[in-house]
Design a protein around this ligand. Structure first.
Ligand code: ITT
Length: 189
């Protein structure tokens, strides 16, 4: 079985990537390997994560940089979604507070996902999920902003979905499906 390293320290992302990448020997990012997110875009940060981890381990690595863009907040927290507060709870409360009295609740999740070998970047893909920010959290699944992210076609928040259901509709699921042809090719090498 081929080895693939998940270039992330976020346990929520690890659960979602693992669910999708069956048939691979999946290993976590090496302990203590911290990657400073110095990029100016999601794509630049995703490249940094995937390539750094692939080079450090000598294996293929997949990394994503993602975030929540809220229309009424001019795209914030965006690139700084993880750095907007100390914990998921704090970030979520800050978001609800920032949107108090705001009628326009439109938002979207974006991810840039990159697959790299120790030598080079192999593929770059993107995924987007459109939704709305609720007035209060709902559901216990997922991670991050999922409990306030309402997905209109299903009438549920992403935190009310199973991992498999979230993968069907989420930005990360979409990006992973776009990565699939290359992953399938690599698996046969
Ligand atoms: P790594 O860099 O180690 O992968 P991270 O959590 O710092 O972990 P990002 O820099 O990509 O990852 O930040 C993404 C943040 O955006 C994440 O911490 C959440 O707050 C939010 N986010 C991204 N995808 C999400 C999702 O599917 N559901 C809820 N929140 C999400």
């Amino acid at each position: 079985m081929s080895t693939l390293i998940l270039a992330t320290g976020n346990p929520g992302k690890v659960r979602e990537l693992r669910e999708f990448l069956t048939g691979w020997d999946i290993l976590p990012k090496p302990e203590g390997l911290e990657i400073e997110e110095t990029g100016a875009t999601f794509l630049e940060n995703a490249r940094l994560k995937a390539l750094t981890v692939a080079q450090a381990t000598g294996h293929w690595a997949v990394g994503d940089d993602s975030g929540l863009e809220v229309f009424a907040l001019d795209g914030q927290p965006g690139l700084y979604s993880a750095r907007w507060g100390q914990s998921d709870q704090e970030r979520l409360q800050k978001l609800l507070l920032a949107l108090t009295d705001t009628q326009d609740r439109r938002a979207r999740f974006i991810t840039s996902m990159v697959l790299a070998s120790p030598q080079e970047i192999l593929v770059e893909v993107e995924g987007i999920c459109d939704g709305k920010i609720l007035l209060a959290p709902r559901g216990t699944g997922g991670f991050g902003y999922d409990p306030v992210f309402y997905y209109p076609p299903l009438g549920l928040t992403l935190a009310e979905l199973t991992i498999a259901q979230k993968q069907q509709v989420s930005h990360r699921g979409q990006a992973l499906r776009r990565l699939l042809p290359t992953l399938q090719t690599l698996a046969t090498l």
